[in-house]
Design a binder for this molecule. Sequence first.
Ligand SMILES: Cc1cc2nc3c(=O)[nH]c(=O)nc-3n(C[C@H](O)[C@H](O)[C@H](O)COP(=O)(O)OP(=O)(O)OC[C@H]3O[C@@H](n4cnc5c(N)ncnc54)[C@H](O)[C@@H]3O)c2cc1C
Length: 334
Amino acid sequence: MVSTTASQDRAIDAAVRAAEAVGAPEEAIALDEQQLAARIASPVFRCGVFFRDGATVQPARLVRALRREILGAGVDLYEETPATGIADGVVTTPGGRVHAAAIVVATNAAASGWRPVRRHVTNFGSYVVLTEQVPELLGEIGWTGNEAVVDGRMFLHYFRTTDDGRVLMGSGTGPIGFGGRVDRRFTSDAASAGRAERGLRRLLPGLAAARVERAWGGPIDVSADHLPFFGTVPGTGIHYGLGYSGHGVGPSWLGGQILASLAFGLDDEWTRLPLATRRVPALPPEPLKRLGGGLVRAAIMACEQAEEEGRRPPFAARAGAAVPRLLRMEIGTR
Ligand SMILES: Cc1cc2nc3c(=O)[nH]c(=O)nc-3n(C[C@H](O)[C@H](O)[C@H](O)COP(=O)(O)OP(=O)(O)OC[C@H]3O[C@@H](n4cnc5c(N)ncnc54)[C@H](O)[C@@H]3O)c2cc1C
């Protein structure tokens, strides 16, 4: 994780302190400007923290490997089959109904308008751009260690290299959804892709000559406190897990263990985890969720942009960004 503004330094400090607090300081090693530059040279990186346990995966390959495994285990897999309705014991699809004692709803942003969970989650867009192959430029800025990086913004940039020498730069500044609807704004919002590219240019000016070849986006399921949650609709065999808040590739493995135990009705180390037992903070109902969330999003984005440009954020933006904290809500808290 890197900081590029004074206010982002707080996120770095918080990560280092959190690791110390749980007695694992070796898991979050503070990096000063020179130590950071030895890994990746950028004139805007101030300081950082190195998580030695980090890794990257190519998510499409992960999905294909999972598919191979479950087919190998003899599981019937029906792809391109949308569930159009769920009741206790029955899933409806366009071609027929499936009867099952246990049903697991793990459809990410598509579930965010579903009554049992909709007060705890909302959708935001996340967008990425991918450069052409630039291994020589990566060599010039010293980014040869395959580090995956995020900055300390709330609407963060996330970036990584690929095995074939490209850079992927993401921006969590996509639009906010309404009522759980997943529409084209989540997959074809040029403004959000533009912000990802501007992030690439600002954060890594040494890659100025790298052409962007692809851009894409999708919805993420943001929970009220940015942590995933798991549970069972009371009195039914319908279980759910969502709220990964744009960080689900690793944690959905843990989610799979929890959901498997819930589906088998077990009371074990997985179902007793706080992620499955805590009280999940609530968001306001629609249209307040969309209106309030949209205002706070715009205010925080204005603050973060001003800080990156070395300006003091305008008063209205600072006031808007402070609202969640005043209401003691986790969401939107920087
Ligand atoms: C642009 C972008 C970049 C991201 N970058 C990162 C990252 O760097 N690191 C990270 O950890 N996470 C990242 N994420 C988030 C990550 O993709 C998710 O957190 C993760 O995939 C969640 O896993 P899941 O199994 O809950 O949902 P998914 O992987 O989304 O799987 C849900 C499945 O449900 C299916 N589905 C939906 N509706 C229905 C229906 N009605 N009937 C049947 N099937 C249905 C979908 O087709 C999909 O296959 C990113 C997301 C986006 C959009």
